[in-house]
Design a protein around this ligand. Structure first.
Ligand code: PAJ
Length: 266
């Protein structure tokens, strides 16, 4: 049994994970639950797009066997008292700016895993820190659930697909493509031999700074498993960024490979 947890408003990114699951599993379950505990004070919980009818149609067309759309009280009854908190991994990147967010994510995933009891669960690389945190949780708590990673799906201009893209004005939407351009530029610099984290991060800073509707929250080169900052690209790194366009927070990332070492320093 394969499982794809989502918050709904299903787009091509979600559906690619669903496809991964249906290809691997005899039975696929998808959950749609806008999880209140992972939203902070002043975040978009109430505005988050909810499109259950459309979503169910897409899941049916994709050959999903069961969709699970619990009510908040079903997941969090009054007696609910257990929280799952992964330390370390959750402290940097998005964790630094969204306190309590990952505690909400791990807790709801632990509950959903307990209800669905899948053999594997699929998570997207769009949320690279979330993926690492969920892997840690399933390993540490010996949940016996394989975590399968799906590739990050992008719009034709490179923007990472997200339900939150719908909040963008046409001009913000146009400028938002600069985020992935900066990340791609950094990957090219690495391929050409650049190893300095500050220089790679600088490519994203520069790309975003050129757009008056965007404001960089963070860009950081980290180890893809531990999320620890890397000062040098001496192995595969994850370059991750969060950017505000107005009130809309967008995240994106790219895996970066160091250029192969050349002989004789040439
Ligand atoms: P949501 O944002 O709906 O995303 C559900 C899954 O889809 C996540 O694994 C996410 O990484 C993946 N996803 C979103 N956009 C993607 C894209 N452009 N390409 C590839 N995968 C993409 O992430 C959550 O919901 C919640 O935190 C959840 C795990 C459901 C817990 O509430």
């Amino acid at each position: 049994m394969g499982f794809v947890p989502t918050m709904g408003n299903l787009h091509r990114g979600h559906m690619s994970l669903v496809r991964l699951a249906t290809e691997r599993a005899d039975r696929t379950v998808v959950s749609i639950f806008v999880n209140p505990t992972q939203f902070g004070e002043g975040e978009d919980l109430d505005d988050y797009p909810r499109t259950p009818r459309k979503d169910l149609r897409k899941l049916q067309e994709a050959g999903v066997d069961a969709a699970f759309l619990p009510a908040p009280r079903e997941i969090y009854p009054d007696s609910f008292s257990t929280w799952v908190d992964v330390k370390g991994l959750t402290e940097g990147l998005c964790g630094r700016y969204r306190p309590g967010h990952f505690r909400g994510v791990t807790t709801v995933c632990a509950v959903l895993f307990g209800i669905v009891r899948p053999h594997f669960a699929v998570f997207g690389r769009k949320d690279a820190q979330q993926l690492a945190v969920i892997r840690r949780m399933t390993t540490d708590l010996r949940m016996g659930i394989e975590v399968v990673a799906g590739p990050l799906v992008r719009e034709p201009d490179g923007l990472a697909i997200s339900s939150r893209n719908g909040y963008l004005s046409p001009e913000q939407r146009r400028q938002a493509a600069a985020i992935s351009r900066g990340l791609r530029r950094a990957a090219e610099m690495a391929a050409a031999g650049s190893r300095d984290a500050a220089a790679l991060e600088g490519a994203v800073r520069e790309a975003v700074a050129g757009q008056d509707k965007l404001r960089l929250q963070y860009v950081s080169l980290v180890d893809p498993e531990t999320m620890e900052p890397m000062s040098m690209l001496d192995r595969t790194g994850l370059l991750a960024a969060a950017v505000y366009a107005g009130d809309t927070r967008l995240i994106d990332n790219v895996m970066i490979e160091p250029a192969p070492k050349r002989k004789n320093g040439r």
